[in-house]
Design a protein around this ligand. Structure first.
Ligand SMILES: Cc1cc2nc3c(=O)[nH]c(=O)nc-3n(C[C@H](O)[C@H](O)[C@H](O)COP(=O)(O)O)c2cc1C
Length: 140
């Protein structure tokens, strides 16, 4: 069975809601899914999973959340080459720049993205929830 981690940071719950839908999709496709917050995950756990969905909202000025998620993710970058990953997150007033930058960075580290990133404005509506479920299925 495919071992899948859904690793996220969320301040007001929007990205957390997305993470739960990603997990739902991965489970429905037969994956063995573990949902973890950024503070519960560490780079040393990268090898424990066949694929990983990372979720983080746009924070700062079109940046990843700087106190917990960014440091954790930076540690993971040395293990991204060839790794199956997917990205998701919520944003507010921007146009998704943080996610475009994040996706480019991940490709630069050699990650294998299983699908296009899923972003949504503030709390996920039914369409965004469905996109998260579909993202989850691509990880299996
Ligand atoms: C400190 C802070 C910085 C933010 N910076 C941005 C930003 O640069 N661009 C943007 O589109 N939204 C920005 N937002 C809005 C959040 O990305 C948005 O509210 C998102 O839904 C929060 O997701 P969460 O509930 O998972 O924390 C910011 C929010 C906060 C609190």
């Amino acid at each position: 069975m495919s071992r899948i981690a859904v690793v996220y940071w969320s301040g007001t719950g929007h990205t957390e809601a997305m993470a739960n839908k990603v997990a739902e999709g991965a489970s429905s496709a037969g994956g063995d899914v573990t949902v973890l917050t950024a503070s519960e995950f560490h780079a040393s756990m990268m090898d424990d999973f066949d694929s990983i969905a990372f979720g983080c909202p746009s924070m700062g000025a079109e940046q990843l959340e700087e106190s917990e998620f960014e440091p954790m993710f930076q540690e993971c970058t040395s293990k991204l080459s060839g790794k199956k990953i997917a990205l998701f997150g919520s944003y507010g007033w921007g146009d998704g720049e943080w996610m475009r930058n994040w996706e480019e960075d991940c490709k630069g580290y050699g990650a294998s993205l299983t699908c296009n990133p899923v972003i949504c404005n503030e709390d996920p509506d039914a369409e965004a929830e469905n996109s998260c479920i579909e993202l989850g299925k691509t990880l299996v």
